[in-house]
Design a protein around this ligand. Structure first.
Ligand code: HEC
Ligand code: HEC
Length: 455
């Protein structure tokens, strides 16, 4: 659990208390960047009334010159920011939008009862083989719905960093390598993954039958007669004798319950929305919603070429790029190229019978040369609570991952580095301003939907 910090108290004392050290000594101890700032990696669990982004902005400033946030208000042509018309348009188009994109293949994505069921399931450790791992183990509310660790620990250890589930409804291709084409099919993967929850669809169907039958049936209609253990063994999934030996119609019925669990989880996760952040209020005309440093940082963000990939309301282009990020795991390092292969072979993809409605026009994606070693551009919202960064979680603080970009990335393990990523030399002050800008993108906590977190 994270120390709750009075976000109005600024300065180094705050950073010492929460500068990423709270969760995991491995992470907190990191000094990779050697630069001045760790503030944005701090996990402030913000109060309600304080503009979270502006306080983390101030915290960032406090670690550097101490002057940054009190400097003169810039006087450029784009709401005070030094940006030409075209760039100003791109900046304005970064405003957070309340509309969610439509879900893919999920008829109950916006159903209230389905979401309430998904909420309970997200926090239920009994969906794992050892009754100890739940979705929230790796997607914890206190860690911005990530886990604060470089790579995740479930029943085993996972090769990648857990992305935040905040604002995840905006993500078209789920996972770092885009190997799921819907949020509901994504949600099914960790349940049967041996290193995550290591459970089976039969065990999950029994859990629904035993504990969630009312809510389930209200949304999806009658459950199969799971009380008949002769027909429905206690546990099993494809590849298990117990499951493979079942009557095909019963297998189908179990698959359907499993799919509906994923669809309920999606209905809940669609509600994990965070905006608008101080930056959005600034775009709406509240010109003092962000600090002068953050305003200067917005110009630096453009000067350093970041919007070529980080633009739009999530500051992410929805595409995949090879930045040459180090990765010890050979399969993981293949990125999007292997992700597409896995997606095409996936049991629950848009070509499956479980996909509600017509398959979308962008399915199936095809593999291009640029997909080798490429990972999805992550959102830059809420970075203050979603570290460590990068698909391997190797960057403990924000200045380290930003420096990696400013160096022009690394040597690709496979494929070619994306030419959109170019090295940029920035003065220290400009780097601090850039971090202040990123800090202004912290939105609020998603509303607590139904009473307390089911801990
Ligand atoms: C053991 C830790 C762990 C558990 C448990 C876990 N996840 Fe994850 N989750 C991860 C990791 C790691 C990734 C990234 C994997 C990758 O991209 O290859 C991920 C990815 C995701 C994503 C994709 C986000 C994105 O931006 O692409 C979503 C959504 C998600 N998980 C939801 C869930 C749900 C729902 C559950 C429970 C059914 C769950 N997770 C259980 C660790 C976990
Ligand atoms: C060529 C496209 C591209 C450009 C240009 C680019 N990024 Fe990125 N950025 C990415 C991708 C892709 C990732 C994820 C890479 C990975 O994990 O392998 C990423 C990751 C990040 C992360 C980590 C987020 C997280 O949740 O892990 C931050 C922060 C970031 N970028 C900031 C910036 C900044 C600041 C700039 C400008 C200096 C910039 N990026 C320029 C594509 C880009």
């Amino acid at each position: 659990m994270v120390t709750r910090v009075d976000t109005l108290v600024l300065g180094l004392a705050v950073l010492a208390a929460c500068g990423g050290a709270a969760a995991d000594p491995e992470v907190g101890g990191d000094t990779t960047a050697g630069t001045t700032t760790t503030g944005a990696a701090s996990r402030e669990t913000t109060g309600d009334d304080d503009p979270a982004g502006s306080s983390s902005t101030a915290a960032v400033d406090a670690t550097s010159s101490g002057e940054a946030s009190t400097g003169d208000v810039p006087d450029g042509p784009c709401m005070g920011i030094e940006l030409e018309d075209d760039a100003c348009e791109i900046l304005r188009a970064m405003r957070w939008t309340p509309e969610l994109p439509p879900a893919h293949g999920n008829a109950v994505a916006d159903d209230e009862t389905a979401a309430e069921l998904g909420f309970a399931l997200f926090f239920d450790a009994r969906l794992s083989s050892n009754n100890q791992v739940r979705c929230a183990t790796c997607h914890e509310p206190d860690f911005g719905f990530g886990d604060g660790k470089p790579v995740s620990m479930g029943v085993g250890t996972v090769a990648r960093n857990a992305p935040s589930a905040l604002d995840v409804a905006h993500v078209r291709w789920q996972f770092w390598d885009g190997r799921a084409d819907s949020l509901w099919s994504q949600a099914l993967a960790p349940i049967e993954h041996p290193d995550e929850m290591a459970s089976t669809r039969l065990a999950v169907a029994h859990r629904i039958f035993d504990d969630y039958a009312g809510r389930y049936e209200a949304v999806f209609g009658p459950l199969p007669p799971l009380g008949d253990l002769g027909r429905f063994p206690a546990t099993g999934a494809p590849g298990w004798v117990a499951y493979d030996g079942m009557d095909p119609a019963d297998r189908h019925a179990v698959d359907e319950v499993f799919v509906n669990v994923g669809k309920s989880l999606e209905a809940y996760m669609r509600r994990l929305v965070t905006g608008p952040a101080p930056f959005d209020r600034f775009l709406d005309g509240e010109l003092d919603a962000i600090s002068p440093a953050a305003m200067r940082g917005a110009a630096v963000f453009f000067a350093a070429g970041c919007p070529s990939c980080h633009a739009g309301p999530q500051l992410a282009d929805g595409a995949f790029h090879n930045l040459g990020m180090p990765d010890d795991d050979d399969a993981s390092a293949q990125g999007r190229a292997l992700g597409i292969e896995r997606l095409l072979a996936a049991e629950f993809n848009a070509a499956s019978e479980w996909f509600d409605g017509e398959p979308p026009t962008d399915f199936p994606p095809t593999v291009g040369a640029a997909d080798l070693g490429a990972f999805r551009t992550p959102t830059l919202r809420n970075l203050a609570v979603t570290g460590p960064y990068g698909h391997t979680g190797a960057y403990a603080n924000l200045s380290a991952i930003v420096q990696f970009h400013l160096d022009g990335g690394g040597e690709p393990i496979v494929g070619e580095r994306d030419a959109l990523l170019q090295p940029h030399e920035l003065e220290l002050d400009a780097q601090d301003d850039l971090l202040a800008f990123l800090g202004s993108l912290r939105g609020g906590e998603p509303p607590l939907p139904w009473g307390e977190w089911p801990m």
